[in-house]
Design a protein around this ligand. Sequence first.
Ligand code: AHM
Ligand code: MG
Length: 335
Amino acid sequence: MAWQKRLTLGEFIIKRQRDFQYSTGELTRLLSAIKLAAKVVNREVNKAGLVDIIGAVGAENTQGEMQQKLDVFAHEKFVGALSNRGVVCGIASEESADFIPVDSGENDGPSKYVVLIDPLDGSSNIDVNASIGTIFSVYRRVTAVDRSVAPADFLQRGDRQVAAGYVVYGAATLLVYTTGIGVNGFTLDPSLGSFYLSHPDIQLPKRGGIYTLNEGNYNCFPKGVKDYIKYCQGAGADRPYTARYIGSLVADFHRNMIKGGIYIYPSTRRAAQGKLRLLYECNPMAFIAEQAGGLATDGFRRILEIEPTGLHQRVPFFCGSLEMVQKAGEFMRNA
Ligand code: AHM
Ligand code: MG
C-alpha cells in the first residue's frame, strides 16, 4: 500500500478516540505525548555511536544497577513530555525510587491518568548497538482528582490498565500499543518523522517455535523450568523449537509476538522473584500479549491478577503464545 494511504499513528489515535463514547480526548493527548518523546529518544538512540552519550553515567538506579546515560535521557524526555503537557497527574518510572506527582495543566483541569514507564529497557545492549525499548502503561487514578496522587493510584492490578505499549528501537523503530481493543503496530519513517500503521490487529500465534530465556542461569532455575526446557529441546516434527535470546525484553517479546514463542524470566536461586518488574515491564507486556490472544503468568497465576505491593516489585514472568505458556505452566505445577 502506498504510504499516502497508510494511517499515521496520530490519525489512528484520533480515529480510536471516536470509538470511546464518552472520550474527552485526554487519553489521545497522553498517547501523543508518548509518541513525541519516543521520537526524541529514537533520535538519540540512533546517534548513540556518534556522540559521547553511551556508557554509564555513574549513578545507580533504585535496584542498585548502573544507569546508562541514555536511560537518564529517556527518563527525562518521557517525564518532560508527559508532565509539561499536563496530560497525567502522576508518573512512576523504573529510573526513579518514588512516583512523581504532576500538577494539572493550566486550562484543562486535573488529569485522571497516571503513567508507569520503563523509559529505556535492555540498557546492557546500548553499548553494542542491539535493540532496546521503552515500555509504558496507563491507569485511571483511583483517588480523588483534587488531591495529589497517592501510592494506591500506581499500585493497581494489571487488569485495570487503560492502555499499554512499547517502542522497539531496532533495525526499524516500532511503536506497538493497545487500549484494550486489539494491538496495533506503527513503524517510524525516519525521513518523514511519522509513525505509519504497519502491523494492524496483531495476533500472537497460539503456538510458535521459539523459547526465549537466559539459559546461562540454567543451574539456578526451578525444576519446572528445567523440565520445560528439556521438553523444548526434544527433537521431532512436533517440537520444532529453537532458542533465541537478545537480553532485551522489548525486542525478545516483539519477535515472539510476530513469530510465536514463549519468553521466560523465572525465579532463580539467586533471585526468588526473578528480575523483571511487575509494574513497569510485566503488566504492560501481559496486557498486550492477552490483547493479541496470548497469555502471561508467573508460572502459576495470571500476571494481570496479581495485587501489587511495591512500585519496584519483581515477579517471575512467562509470556507469549497461549499454548506454550499453558504448557510451561503444566511443567511448573507438576514439578
Ligand atoms: P533493565 O531494566 O535493567 O534493562 O533489565 C531488564 C532486562 C530485560 O530487557 C531483559 O529481558 C533482561 O533484563 C535480561 O536480563 P539477563 O541479563 O539477566 O538475562
Ligand atoms: Mg527494564
